[in-house]
Design a protein around this ligand. Structure first.
Ligand code: IMP
Ligand code: MG
Length: 181
């Protein structure tokens, strides 16, 4: 088959083209430009996966706007609560800001389920959650998502910032794991 890509031991097939991504990201930027007209929202992009999407989205924002990046690291807690999520790199005061959280993909929702209460504790003014992709069949936690690029089925994807074991982020389109017949 044409345009399949091989990453490590897995084969991926074209799923969302660069053109489809570009068109949808433009619509998403328009929505945000309208929503925050006259305002100065702070974009908060979650690394690593969202860096490509955040960059393309940000270039299409016409407001006077800032962006900052955080990395969320989970480590095994010693208490019975299990994993603890820590935030690395949050260097901007968030109090009274209109925060636009930018994610690549919401899968089970666990990451945001743990991170959003921490974010709200900073005294932000409003929170707008934006995710390029969601997998409705995989969601296990209730998350209010304000803007979704594409709802996709529950199969692994790479490209446009998303990785398989660290690889594939540089692909300019999104590819889906091939089902072996
Ligand atoms: P959640 O906490 O289950 O919502 O998972 C969110 C994170 O899992 C994303 O930010 C990605 O890093 C990763 N992830 C989930 N599904 C995929 C996928 O299909 N491809 C690549 N990464 C994924
Ligand atoms: Mg992510």
């Amino acid at each position: 088959m044409s345009q399949e890509v091989q990453i490590l031991d897995k084969t991926f097939v074209p799923f969302i083209s660069s053109k489809q991504l570009d068109d949808r990201v433009k619509d998403m930027a328009d929505w945000l430009n309208e929503k925050f007209r006259g305002g100065n929202p702070l974009f908060l992009a979650i690394l690593n996966g969202s860096f490509v999407f955040a960059s393309d989205l940000f270039k299409k924002i016409t407001l006077t706007v800032e962006i900052t990046f955080v990395k969320l690291a989970s480590y095994q807690g010693t208490s019975s609560t299990g994993n603890v999520l820590t935030t690395i790199g949050l260097d901007r005061p968030l109090n009274d800001r209109d925060v636009v959280l930018v994610e690549d993909i919401i899968d089970s929702g666990k990451t945001l389920h743990e991170f959003l209460p921490q974010l709200r504790a900073h005294g932000i003014r409003t929170l707008t959650v934006v995710s390029l992709l969601t997998k409705p069949e995989a969601i296990r936690y209730q998350i209010d998502i304000d803007l979704i690029g594409f709802e996709i089925d529950n199969r692994f994807v790479v490209g446009y910032g998303l990785d398989y074991d660290g690889y594939g982020r540089n692909l300019p389109a999104i590819y889906q794991l091939k089902i072996e017949e």
